[in-house]
Design a protein around this ligand. Structure first.
Ligand SMILES: C[S@@+](CC[C@H](N)C(=O)[O-])C[C@H]1O[C@@H](n2cnc3c(N)ncnc32)[C@H](O)[C@@H]1O
Length: 237
């Protein structure tokens, strides 16, 4: 039996043909397999630092930030197949109605700085060496707002122990949420954790995203629906 029970969706609407081709033919080039050794050498180009995005959804932030920082390696973890297909579409420029060429390539303006873990990130944690990561992004995690589902929330003592181990000293954990229950929960969980300190000095520091921010789909939805997201940045002590 699986050590970790996953409560989200692995598959959604039927994936169109072009995106299916991307999953079948291009994902294997970027995918972290059971045999991959997790280190900065995982990437096919030399990288100055490595970041992790947990639950990248449709990949908007991951695609954007990896373009902004071509010499940083990004590991993206996501279980939702449709989301992975969307990321592949963003980084290759192959849209769902496009003709898929024989040799699928990254868009020419990109470096080869993304690797994808297409399963529950908790299974990857124990393969990541201590202090390897510069920044971890956890953007709009499923809030599981009901009390009886609190143990499903990603920010929890077990995951924080792992995050504290794999983020380097002085590194960053960035958590964004638009849900008041998750915000309160995160502030409380993080306050109780001895390895992280909240960097906010004034309210603008958590009300506004960092300067080089790339909006995610959930963030745009929250704003459309009148919810104001918060951006909680923690430094690894
Ligand atoms: C609410 S969505 C947010 C997606 C994206 N970050 C955004 O802001 O648009 C949460 C995502 O986290 C993914 N997720 C949840 N738990 C995960 C886990 N343990 N490992 C990998 N992905 C996970 C889900 O599949 C889902 O796509």
């Amino acid at each position: 039996m699986d050590e970790f029970k996953f409560f989200g969706r692995r598959k959604g609407r039927k994936i169109r043909k072009a995106k299916t081709s991307l999953l079948e033919r291009f994902l294997p080039h970027l995918q972290i397999s059971e045999n991959s050794v997790i280190s900065p050498q995982l990437f096919d180009i030399p990288v100055e630092r490595v970041c992790l995005e947990i639950g990248f959804g449709g990949g908007e932030h991951l695609a954007g930030v990896s373009l902004l920082y071509p010499h940083t390696g990004f590991i993206g973890a996501e279980v939702f197949q449709n989301g992975i297909a969307n990321l592949l579409s963003l980084i290759t420029g192959i849209k769902q109605n496009s003709q898929v060429p024989d040799g699928i390539k990254l868009l020419p303006e990109r470096t080869d700085n993304i690797k994808i873990y297409s399963d529950d990130v908790r299974k990857l944690f124990n393969r990541i060496p201590d202090g390897m990561l510069d920044t971890v992004f956890l953007l709009f995690p499923d809030p599981w707002p009901k009390n009886r589902h609190a143990n499903r929330r990603f920010v929890n003592p077990d995951n924080l122990v792992e995050l504290a181990r794999i983020i380097k000293r002085g590194g960053t954990l960035l958590i964004a949420t638009d849900h008041p229950v998750y915000k309160r929960w995160t502030l409380e969980q993080m306050h109780n954790h001895p390895s992280f300190i909240w960097t906010a000095q004034k309210s603008d520091d958590w009300r506004n995203p960092p300067a080089d921010w790339v909006e995610t789909k959930y963030q745009q939805k929250a704003i459309r629906e009148g919810r104001r997201p918060v951006f909680l940045e923690y430094r690894r002590l």
